[in-house]
Write a protein that binds this ligand. Structure first.
Ligand SMILES: [Fe+2]
Ligand SMILES: [Fe+2]
Length: 478
C-alpha cells in the first residue's frame, strides 16, 4: 500500500520589489553585489519556481521558511504577497514563516535591516514593516488554516495531510543573537507534538534558523546564527520521536543527522536560498502507509522574462556570489588591472589591493600556476596517495579544483569523494598543515577550530559529502 502526499519547500526568497529602486540604479547594483544574492531577478526567479509548482497538479501545498523579502520594506511585502495569492488562486495551500529580513530594526532589538528606496546614487528611507505587523500580513498563509497558534512567537500547527501535522515555527527573540523560542514557545511545541502523537499523526517541523549546524565549524564560529534554543529542540525531537525539521537561513543545501546517546535521531533538511549561489526548491513526499518522508530537489534552467546575458540560471546566480565572483575576476588581475578592481569592488578590499598591485599580481600568478602534482607531493606522506595517482595529475592546475570545491559550499555535495586522487591530495596537504601547526604550537589556529577537531576534519565536509551522502535527496523513516 502507498498513500503519498507532496508539498514544496522554498526558503530565503529575499524578494525585492521592482518599485523599491530606480531601474539601472548604481546604488542598487552595489547593494546586490554586497548581498551576493540575486536581488534584481528575485521577482522573476520566484515566479519561475512558482510556475513549476502551479504546473504540478499532483502537489497542492507550499511551505516557505522565512527571509521572504530582503529588507523588511513594505512594497516588497505587498508584491510578495500578491505572488503568494497567485499560488492560492491556482488552488495551492501556502504556508510561510517569517525571519529577520522580514522586518526592520527600529532600535528596540538587534535587527539592523532598514527599508530603503534606491535612487541612482544612494538610498532614502522607505516604508517599513515592523515585527509585530508580520502576523497580520501573513495570517492567511498558515495561521488561518491552523488549529493552534503560539501566542509568544506566532508559530502555528496544522493538519498538512491526513495523518501528517506541520508545526511551523516563527523565530522569536531579538532579531540577531537569539532567533528562536523561549520557555512558553517550547512548552507550546511540546504540547502540539504530544497531541499529534496521541492522535497518531506524524510531525514535520519547519523553522528558518538551522537546528543542526551545516558544518561543525559554523556553530563554533557563529553559534548565534543557529536556532535559538537548538540543543533544547534536539532533546525534544529525540524524546518525542520527531524525525525531521526543515530549515533555511544558512543558504546552504545540506542534510545532517543528529543522534543522541540512546540512538534516537532526526534530520535537519536545510534548503539553499532560492536566490543564492545554488537556488533550488525541494519537493517532499510523505507516505503515511509506508511511514516515510522522501525529499528531492527541483532546479530550473532559466529565469523567465529576465535577461541573464546569455548565462544559465545557475551560472548567473553563482557569479553573484563571493566564490563565483572571485573565480570570475581573478584572471583579470593579470590581463586588465582596472577591470579587475572595478569588478572586484564591493566583494574584495579593492583599496588595499590597489595599494599592493605588484604583490597581488605575483600572488594571482602563483595561485594560477600551482599544480595538483606539487600539492600532492607536499602532502604525500599524509594523504595515502600513490605515485601513480600523483603522476596521473600531469599538468593539471590546483585552482580549478579548489573552485570546484568552493562552488559546492552553498550547493552541497562536495565534488571529491575519498576514492579520488583529489581528495587524497587535499587531505594530505591539510594533515601536513595540522602537523606543522602542532609542531609550532600555533594556538591561534586551534582556537578557530571546534574542540578536538583538526584543519583536515573541518575541511573534509567541503571536499565531499561526509554527512548523509547526498544533500539533494533523502528518504527518512517517520
Ligand atoms: Fe536568508
Ligand atoms: Fe536568515
Amino acid at each position: 500500500m502507498s498513500n503519498p502526499h507532496s508539498f514544496y519547500i522554498l526558503t530565503d526568497t529575499h524578494y525585492v520589489s521592482k518599485r523599491s529602486y530606480v531601474p539601472g540604479s548604481k546604488s542598487f547594483a552595489r547593494r546586490e553585489k554586497g548581498d551576493q544574492i540575486a536581488l534584481k531577478a528575485s521577482p522573476e526567479i520566484l515566479r519561475s519556481f512558482f510556475d513549476e509548482i502551479i504546473a504540478d497538479t499532483d502537489t497542492d501545498a507550499v511551505l516557505i521558511t522565512g527571509d521572504l523579502v530582503n529588507s523588511g520594506d513594505r512594497c516588497s511585502h505587498e508584491d510578495f504577497i500578491a505572488e503568494l495569492k497567485a499560488l492560492t488562486d491556482a488552488g495551492k495551500r501556502v504556508f510561510v514563516t517569517t525571519a529577520t529580513h522580514d522586518y526592520c530594526g527600529m532600535g528596540d532589538d538587534e535587527n539592523f535591516f532598514k527599508a530603503g528606496f534606491y535612487t541612482e546614487d544612494g538610498s532614502e528611507p522607505a516604508a517599513c514593516v515592523r515585527k509585530h505587523e508580520l502576523a497580520g500580513l501573513y495570517h492567511d498563509f498558515g495561521p488561518a488554516q491552523s488549529d493552534s497558534v503560539d501566542p509568544e512567537s506566532g508559530s502555528y500547527s496544522l493538519k498538512l495531510f491526513e495523518g501528517v501535522r506541520l508545526i511551523a515555527i516563527n523565530d522569536n527573540g531579538n532579531g540577531r543573537s537569539h532567533c528562536g523560542l523561549f520557555d512558553e514557545g517550547f512548552a507550546w511545541i511540546e504540547n502540539e507534538i504530544d497531541k499529534a502523537n496521541a492522535a497518531g499523526e506524524k510531525v514535520l517541523l519547519a523553522v528558518h534558523h538551522p537546528v543542526i549546524s551545516p558544518w561543525d565549524v559554523f556553530a563554533h564560529v557563529v553559534d548565534f546564527e543557529m536556532f535559538g534554543g537548538y540543543k533544547r529542540l534536539w532533546a525534544l525531537m529525540c524524546e518525542k520521536g520527531v524525525r525531521v525539521v526543515f530549515t533555511g537561513h544558512t543558504h546552504v543545501q545540506n542534510i545532517r543527522k543528529y543522534e543522541d546517546a540512546q540512538g534516537r535521531y532526526f534530520y535537519d533538511v536545510s534548503t539553499t536560498a532560492l536566490v543564492s549561489a545554488a537556488g533550488c526548491m525541494r519537493k517532499v513526499t510523505v507516505d503515511t502507509d509506508e511511514n516515510v518522508c522522501g525529499v528531492s530537489t527541483v532546479r530550473i534552467d532559466k529565469i523567465k522574462d529576465f535577461d541573464t546575458g546569455g548565462k544559465s540560471f545557475h551560472d548567473y546566480i553563482y557569479r553573484l556570489n563571493f566564490i563565483g565572483k572571485i573565480e570570475e575576476v581573478l584572471p583579470l588581475a593579470l590581463t586588465d588591472w582596472d577591470a579587475f578592481l572595478s569588478e572586484a569592488e564591493g566583494v574584495l578590499p579593492t583599496e588595499k589591493l590597489a595599494a599592493h598591485k605588484g604583490l597581488v599580481k605575483f600572488g594571482v600568478k602563483k595561485a594560477q600556476n600551482l599544480k595538483m602534482k606539487t600539492l600532492a607531493k607536499f602532502g604525500r606522506r599524509y594523504g595515502d596517495i600513490t605515485k601513480e595517482e600523483i603522476n596521473a595529475f600531469g599538468a593539471e592546475k590546483a585552482l580549478p579544483k579548489l573552485f570546484a570545491i568552493g562552488a559546492c559550499v552553498f550547493a552541497g555535495n562536495g565534488p571529491f569523494p575519498p576514492e579520488t586522487a583529489e581528495y587524497k591530495a587535499f587531505m594530505g596537504v591539510l594533515r601536513r598543515l595540522d602537523k606543522i601547526c602542532k609542531t609550532l604550537k600555533l594556538e591561534a589556529v586551534a582556537k578557530l577550530l571546534p574542540e578536538g577537531q583538526t584543519l583536515a576534519d573541518v575541511a573534509e565536509p567541503f571536499i565531499y559529502n561526509n554527512r548523509t551522502g547526498d544533500d539533494d535527496a533523502i528518504r527518512i523513516e517517520l
